[in-house]
Design a protein around this ligand. Structure first.
Ligand code: PLP
Length: 367
């Protein structure tokens, strides 16, 4: 079965092999050398001044940012499940918040954020997804961050890049925290969260807050290539293995093929009559609005060996989402659009003529 859900993504054989080596103790020179290597490569991937790796799912890192980087009031951008999660974290932490809500196909705008910031001078941190995975949209996070900093240079911009880091180059000039997780574009098992930080963010963290997620304690330890608590040793070994593979062609090559695959998939789906759900589609996944979404997913799973994701909440049964993150062989993506075209034929909607595959190949290889 091809796993084509936008997280978790498949863990490649070479990563599984790397992680099958005997357990290392985390307080040893051997592991510190591995940690140092992973940390340097992560800093380069994120393009930020500082970074920390924590043993948790992505949500833990989102919460760590809320606790350590927001002192007064948060602005949370909710255009889907993950933006909504930032709001729920604020509520759980007792952090005052303003929430900007959008339909799940609609990205936030600079103008809306500007208005809220003018009306709420006490907002000291903005929480937003780079890609909101619920509807597969791309927020204009760089533009929002830039404008927010013009209005208030002290404001913290926390970007959840869990489905953007490793997918595309993110301009982090005005971003203070960039969150990612192991089980998306980095193709590792779940359980490792990573946060890139600006120097300004490190300054604001100061002595840090919280116990497990005290970022000041983590930074102090991780600068010495160790962690405050037991490190996710196996996952960090896997992280170096995935970096080894990415480095063979270089990260820019991965960005390029990811964008090409996403564009080819979109063109193929449009060629057989589908419409993309989000107004601005992200590159991490291809999201289609379709009344037969569940029937198509079921046929893919039972007949064609492909597992794609559906929608959640009010989009349950209305959309399907195809992963584009990670090192995906192009013939697998071509098979997915082909399988979808076969499913349409089976549902009596459109006779199969190979249009999806033809368009995929034309767009991918002739672009
Ligand atoms: C997957 C994902 C998360 C992380 O969720 P966890 O289940 O806690 O790892 C956060 N934000 C976005 C945008 C995601 O896609």
């Amino acid at each position: 079965m091809l796993l084509f859900t936008p997280g978790p993504t498949p863990v490649p054989e070479f990563v599984r092999q790397a992680m099958a080596t005997p357990t290392l103790h985390h307080r040893t020179p051997e592991f510190e050398a591995i940690f140092k290597e992973a940390r340097e490569r992560l800093l380069s991937l994120l393009g930020m001044d500082e970074c920390v790796m924590v043993a948790s799912s992505g949500t833990g890192a989102m919460q760590a940012c809320m606790i350590n980087l927001c002192e007064k009031k948060a602005l949370t951008i909710n255009a889907g499940k993950f933006g909504e999660r930032f709001g729920k974290i604020a509520d759980a932490m007792g952090t005052e918040k303003i929430e900007l809500c959008y339909e799940w196909d609609t990205p936030a705008t600079v103008a809306d954020v500007e208005k809220v910031l003018h009306e709420n001078k006490d907002i000291d941190a903005i929480f937003i997804q780079v890609c909101e995975s619920a509807g597969g949209l791309r927020h204009p996070v760089e533009a929002i961050a830039k404008r927010a900093k013009e209005i208030n240079p002290q404001i913290m911009i926390i970007a959840d890049g869990i489905t953007a880091v490793g997918v595309e180059k993110i301009d982090v000039s005005h971003i203070d925290a960039l969150v990612t997780g192991s089980q998306k574009a980095l193709m590792l098992p779940p359980g490792l969260a990573m946060i890139g930080l600006s120097n300004k963010a490190v300054e604001k963290i100061g002595k840090g807050k919280d116990y497990y997620f005290n970022l000041a304690i983590e930074i102090k330890n991780q600068q010495k290539n160790t962690t405050a608590w037991t490190a996710a040793t196996t996952l960090i070994i896997g992280l170096n293995a995935i970096f080894d593979e990415i480095d063979k062609e270089g990260i820019d090559a991965l960005y390029e093929v990811t964008a090409k695959r996403a564009k080819a998939t979109q063109a193929a789906l449009e060629a057989i009559g589908f419409a993309m759900y989000p107004k601005i589609p992200a590159l991490c996944m291809s999201t289609v609005l379709d009344e037969d979404a569940e029937a198509i997913r079921k046929l893919l799973k039972t007949k064609y060996g492909v597992n794609i994701a559906g929608g959640q909440d009010h989009l349950k049964g209305k959309i399907f989402r195809i992963n584009q993150m990670g090192l995906i062989p192009v013939y697998e993506s071509a098979w997915v659009v082909n399988a979808i075209e076969l499913a349409l034929d089976e549902l009596g909607r459109r006779a199969f003529d190979g249009a999806a595959n033809r368009m995929f190949n034309e767009t991918y290889f002739k672009a």
